[in-house]
Ligand binder design. Structure first.
Ligand code: 6PG
Length: 260
């Protein structure tokens, strides 16, 4: 059982391990999906890459949730992508496809991929904005509200492909940014703060002791989003939760409940 209390502000849930964390995240996806679909025609979610959410995607794609998630009414987006072809070992899309998309038989038209293999990452970002616009059809000046966003956090405090000191951190208007990441000598394409912070619910998934000190600084330290971009995630009207395993929570003073 996770340590959990229901308090206002960002919520912190601490699980024994990644397996428990992943099951809880899958259960929240299914629950929120059902809740929204009782009122709306579709449910929209953006999924991160990296290694932490892989188990969550496998669980969502497996038999436990096959009956409770009407995938035909779910649209999945990518939080960010590395600038490689979609069948490249480093592709976030490939990880999602293998763990979830193929296994859950999600209609291909419900999967919104970032075309980060294009030679020009700005063009990939622009295509992704067009895809989002077609789906959400916002009025001029309006920002789409994704229902649910799963984010990860790197040991350097980055989230999505919003890396410390990178140009995209300053984005206050655009929904999607092409972002050159100096320490990786590589381009990424990423949802930017305006879209991420317009989501109805954002859940960070963080596991492993190598992230414990960064997690402490992000949740309990000074507000320095230039250095710790995860701190820039503050959904305006949405809910923010941190699902962390015991190893990542190892340096937190506050053990559960409100994260800040
Ligand atoms: C990516 C991501 C990224 C990820 C963090 C954490 O493309 O790598 O989407 O933001 O969530 O780097 O990654 P891990 O889960 O592998 O630690």
């Amino acid at each position: 059982m996770p340590v959990f209390t229901n308090m206002p502000g960002p919520e912190l849930r601490i699980f024994a391990n990644l397996e428990e964390l992943s099951h809880a995240a899958a259960a929240r996806f299914a629950e929120f999906c059902q809740e929204r679909l009782a009122r709306e025609s579709i449910f929209t979610a953006a999924l991160s890459g990296g290694s932490t959410p892989k188990r969550l995607y496998e669980i969502l794609g497996g038999p436990e949730f096959s009956g409770s998630i009407p995938w035909g009414r779910v649209h999945l987006f990518q939080v960010d992508e590395r600038c490689v072809p979609p069948d490249h070992a480093a592709s976030n899309y490939l990880m999602m496809r293998e763990a979830l998309l193929d296994r859950a038989r999600i209609p291909p038209s419900n999967v919104h991929r970032i075309q980060a293999e294009l030679a020009n990452p700005d063009e990939a970002a622009e295509f992704y904005v067009q895809d989002l616009s077609m789906m959400f059809r916002p009025r001029a000046g309006e920002i789409p509200h994704l229902d649910l966003v799963f984010l990860g956090m790197g040991p350097d405090g980055h989230t999505a492909s919003l890396f410390p000191g990178s140009v995209a951190l300053a984005e206050r208007v655009k929904w999607v940014s092409a972002n050159f990441v100096e320490k990786l000598h590589a381009n990424r394409v990423t949802l930017a703060y305006p879209l991420l912070n317009a989501a109805r619910e954002v859940i960070f998934l963080v596991a492993g002791h190598e992230k414990a000190e960064t997690l402490r600084q992000v949740l309990e330290g000074r507000h320095e989003p230039e250095r710790l971009p995860s701190q820039g995630i503050r959904p305006g009207d949405g809910r923010l939760s941190w699902y962390v395993d015991a190893a990542a929570a190892g340096r937190l003073k506050k053990r559960a409940g409100s994260a800040r």
